[in-house]
Design a protein around this ligand. Structure first.
Ligand code: SF4
Ligand code: SF4
Length: 285
């Protein structure tokens, strides 16, 4: 999401706008919650504070909808366009969460898994945001994705796949745009930020032995599943799980605690019997 916010900023800049982007994050681990912001204007941006009322909100992980600490709808107003990465239709999400304003849903994870083969969402999340602004062309998006990804030394082939995925996502994002005739909502209000404990957006690592308190199961994109017909009870998965999410039952078979398993798939890689498969998570709402 940090890279996504940069791509949106760069694409806007290429369209002649002035852009500012900033990420806010705690745990630097894939899957952990993160927020990133982009502010775009035709005029010099003197405001450096938080974005109080976002015109567009991209929720890249649908599990955050149920995570009260993430507070993903903070500042959303009737003019905000909210894009949620999910395979569920927008009406379903609106009904379940009682969200007002404009809602767009698109399974951008599915797009990257098909096009890139890895769950990296930066280019596609940015593409969706760019489309929803109504201010960025496909050409600028393409250049921005390439510029940002080359700047972190990704190989040509990977960058090309990302560009392709971004263009597909741009096409599939509905033609709904910010209403530019509305007065700007981000009105430079002074915002007093409350103290946020180290639990916000991070696993609670500030005390020992408290893993169970943080349900890192919602970080997971792929779920490891054990085939007990093939399992030889060798314990390799039990030993290698970095999060101690695998325990052994009284017969010595491994059991995965899905509330905390964060889907790193080390167990999947380490199993000598290939008894662990990975399944894409489909949230049951
Ligand atoms: S994917 Fe496997 S190794 Fe990784 S946290 Fe889950 S159970 Fe542990
Ligand atoms: S590593 Fe594979 S074979 Fe060994 S205990 Fe785990 S699931 Fe069973």
């Amino acid at each position: 999401m940090k890279t996504a916010s940069r791509i949106v900023g760069t694409a806007s800049f290429l369209e002649g706008y002035i852009a500012q982007d900033c990420p806010v994050y705690g745990a630097e681990r894939r899957g952990a919650p993160i927020q990133a912001y982009t502010r775009v204007s035709k005029n010099p941006i003197l405001e450096r504070g938080v974005i109080v009322h976002p015109d567009i909100t991209i929720i890249a992980d649908e599990t955050l909808l149920d995570d009260h600490t993430a507070n993903v709808f903070q500042g959303v107003y009737e003019g905000t366009i909210t894009m949620i990465n999910t395979h569920y239709p927008s009406a379903h999400v609106r009904e379940r969460y009682g969200i007002s304003g404009k809602i767009v849903t698109l399974d951008i994870t599915d797009i990257v898994l098909t096009q890139i083969g890895k769950p990296v969402l930066s280019s596609v999340a940015a593409a969706s945001a760019c489309k929803l602004t109504g201010m960025v062309t496909k050409q600028s998006l393409k250049e921005a994705v390439a510029k940002e990804l080359f700047s972190v030394d990704l190989p040509q082939e990977v960058v090309e796949k990302n560009v392709e995925a971004a263009l597909i996502c741009f096409e599939r994002t509905p033609d709904i745009h910010i209403d530019h005739s509305e007065p700007i909502k981000d009105d430079n209000t002074f915002v007093k930020l409350e103290y946020s404990g180290p639990y916000l957006g991070t696993p609670s690592t500030y005390a020992s032995g408290n893993t169970v308190l943080k349900k890192t199961g919602n970080w997971r994109l792929f779920k490891p599943v054990i085939d007990y017909e093939r399992c030889s009870r060798c314990r390799a998965c039990f030993i290698h799980c970095p999060h101690s999410c695998i325990s052994l039952d009284t017969s010595g078979y491994p059991q995965i605690n899905y509330e905390n398993c964060k889907g790193c798939l080390i167990c999947f890689c380490e199993c000598p019997k290939k008894a662990i498969t990975k399944e894409k998570e489909v949230r049951e709402w």
